[in-house]
Design a protein around this ligand. Sequence first.
Ligand code: UN1
Length: 512
Amino acid sequence: MKDIKGILKRLQIQDINPGVSTGQDFWEGKGKHVISWSPVDGSEIAQVTMASAEDYRRVIDCSQSAFKVWRAKPAPIRGEIVRQIGHALREYKTELGTLVSYEMGKSLQEGMGEVQEMIDICDFSVGLSRQLYGKTMHSERPNHRMYEQWHPLGTVGIISAFNFPVAVWSWNAMIALVCGNVCVWKPSEKTPLTALACQHIIKRVFAHNDIPEGVVGLVCGEREIGELMAQDPKINLLSATGSTRMGRSVAEQVGQRLGKCLLELGGNNAIIVTPGADFSVAVPGIVFGAVGTAGQRCTSTRRVIAHESIYEILKTQLVKAYSQLKIGNPLDEHIHVGPLIDKAAVDQYQSTVDVLRQKQQKFLVEPEVLKGDPYSSGCYVRPCIVEVEHNLEIVHQETFAPILYLMQYTDLNEAIAIQNEVPQGLSSSIFTLNMREAEQFLSAAGSDCGIANVNIGTSGAEIGGAFGGEKETGGGRESGSDAWKAYMRRQTNTINYGHGLPLAQGIKFDLE
Ligand code: UN1
């Protein structure tokens, strides 16, 4: 067992922690005391005092004045601060990665991977700070110059989910910061300690660089804080990650005030396995996608659509691979699958299993809620595989658990139609060595998802690409490519350096 106490100490986590911060300043929220329980062993890790509405307003007001200072700093100088944040994260990678694993339950490998993802986005953002390019255009009028430039929006609110308790915040925050915004983070109430640990790690960077309070705020809080954010016109962009239900409520409230939001919601990701697939790549790709993070990624593989000619053999190989899975304490490096986040998640797993049984679907690997040592937290389940009819309602819903649906197809058009028939549209893959099949899958008539891969699984995207999906996934794009544009406002500028006033579209307007 890792030295959790020592790690908490190095990350400045105490028994009871002030859950509100504007940077270097931390204070006790007047909301509830919330206990963070580890799903790994069921023990209480520490407590956090959550923000009240008043605490929230204090953070927002502070962010508003900080914005005036922060936006005046040249973007590459803002990039330098982010470079130092990336450096601080490198120093604490082991500690933070371990806490992610202990508080959230994902494997230590994946906990470290999550911190690596934060470091990567810092590096990306540093480069970006010198590349916030606008276009120039040729004006139709003589002696005129036209161009567009990008300005920061103001305060960016970030609501993050338990499954990526720190990385998704950093995708948003680091890009928002180099763009000249300030940010306010409401982490999941299930994983407040990893968020607090981040704030402690980066506060040193603020201290060394005389950064004003309010540039990076943290409000550990419950659902009501998220609602305040959604309704608050002082939040210029609200980036929210979580369930489709949460996203719909955020979008409605933000829409009511004609504000901006960026949504990264549920997925129901499928992998198509074609007759010519390389099984040595496809099988581990499917298994990692389905059981990684115990099936609690928004990119987790939930459906496998396999060609009838290879269906039986794929089935056998998947069942064999599942028999080798080691389920247990995620801090042990040999373990593949840790616990679900809490008992409510286990109940959801169980109720989906019940529906599947009621509908007489056939389990190939039986589901089970694991009991006894080392599963005494009550949060461990066995990843299962079930053969299903593709159009069942339950199959079209996202269950955040390691339940893999297996189905057959006859021709690729049918497989693509099955892949696209769900309301979510985040990630998708095809395993094929046939170029025509791959290109058909990637064409406009192919996958309707924001992410479409060939010969890799649905999860584990790199930060360099734009991340997000269509339909009920919410349409937002975060992280790499030109996702930064969502964090800025575009301004078109036309400058007349001549002596006359020619009008566009040749309109004449002569006075006299
Ligand atoms: C999420 O599950 O919310 O592509 C994000 C992946 C990770 C991010 C997942 N890089 O699986």
